[in-house]
Write a protein that binds this ligand. Structure first.
Ligand code: ADP
Ligand code: MG
Length: 341
């Protein structure tokens, strides 16, 4: 077949660039929820409300009590490659915030109707911007913090919209993202509603309590606390006893510097630690956080930042493996002693 006649090379319009980027960053409603929750946490919020309609496709509204965005910065918040979180390569290599790419809001605004309302501590009232970074900022009302509303996801990209699943499926993914993030931040209160009904509400509490709330009593009653440090590495959280293991890997939560990750190396290290106490067809349940100097981990591997790369992956693997194994071996002795055979 003849090749199509070539077109001249052209720079793409800004809107189209953002729509292309949106394909990676906002795969589905739950990805929007994740980005917005991360922004709220980066803004120091201690109280976050998530309201969803129709699985998040119709509407996602997230309100936080964080530091807010000044009126003159609101357009920049929606602009591509604009961020308050890094300003240099050195910052990127030491990034301690959940966000840093400066493209989530721009991507979301390119594929949905967005309104952003915010008030900083020193502003006499809130300000609002609707649509895109081209829009004018208008006075609004509300307390300190930020509310962002995202409506009709993919309304202008119908091909993309077709890939969305049922309302219940999309809602399920959104709820999972909220659980994941709430699990790592017991110092923040969260509430989640769907179609006007409150589904979950978690007030500020201790980690032990938050994880019991979210993962249920089976996990809460059969887990070991871990808190170990070695050099720049710290592992903390809870490892479920073999009795809390599952037939599916849906009880595994791992965080690196507070960021939920699905990392092969970490999953393998934990799995290996369970080797002696767990059947091969069972999956351990755990909520573990690895904290380390941000310079020792690269989070800029994937647009959704779900994967990370460690500078010294061998050391990380060994540390996690030994920490979990030690916890399991110590208490398997105690557990055997206290549980009647
Ligand atoms: P990034 O989080 O990578 O910086 P975003 O597009 O998610 O990029 O957000 C752009 C900027 O808008 C952020 O750097 C931050 O300054 C501001 N921002 C976004 N959401 C909030 C929020 N909930 N509270 C305060 N500032 C926010
Ligand atoms: Mg962000």
């Amino acid at each position: 077949a003849p090749l199509p006649s070539p077109r001249p090379i052209q720079a793409l319009p800004d809107q189209l660039i953002s729509q292309i980027a949106a394909g990676e960053v906002v795969e589905r409603p739950s990805a929007v929820v994740k980005e917005l929750l991360e922004n709220a946490l980066d803004a120091g919020a201690t109280q976050i409300t998530v309201r969803l309609e129709e699985g998040g496709v119709k509407r996602i509204a997230i309100t936080d009590n964080g530091r807010g965005i000044a009126a003159d910065q609101l357009p920049l918040a929606l602009a591509r490659h604009a961020t308050s979180k890094i300003a240099s390569l050195t910052d990127l290599e030491n990034v301690a915030t959940l966000g840093f790419r400066g493209e989530a809001l721009a991507s979301i605004a390119a594929v949905a109707a967005v309104s952003l309302t915010s008030r900083t501590a020193d502003a006499p009232h809130a300000w609002e911007i609707v649509g895109s970074h081209h829009a004018a900022v208008a006075p609004s009302s509300g307390p300190q913090g930020t509310t962002i509303e995202v409506q009709d996801l993919y309304f202008n990209t119908p091909a993309r919209r077709k890939f969305l699943k049922s309302e219940q499926t999309e809602y399920g993914h959104c709820a999972e993202v909220v659980r994941r993030i709430a699990l790592a931040r017991p110092d923040v209160s969260f509430s989640l509603s769907h179609n006007g009904r409150t589904i979950d509400q978690w007030s500020v509490c201790e980690m032990a309590k938050r994880s019991a709330h979210i993962l249920g009593s089976d996990f809460a009653e059969a887990r070991l606390a871990i808190d170990e440090s070695a050099g720049p590495l710290r592992l903390h959280g809870f490892a479920g006893l073999p009795t809390a293991s599952k037939a599916r890997a849906d009880g595994q939560f791992f965080y690196v510097n507070g960021r939920y990750v699905r990392d092969k190396l970490l999953v393998h290290a934990v799995r290996a630690a369970y080797q002696d106490v767990l059947h091969g067809d069972r999956f351990p349940s755990y909520v573990l956080g690895l904290d380390l100097d941000p310079a020792l981990v690269d989070v800029n591997v994937h647009p959704s930042k779900i994967e990370v790369r460690f500078r010294d992956s061998r050391a990380v693997h060994q540390f996690v493996f030994h920490a979990v194994q030690r916890a399991l071996s110590q208490t398997s002795a105690t557990a055997h002693g206290s549980v009647p055979a």
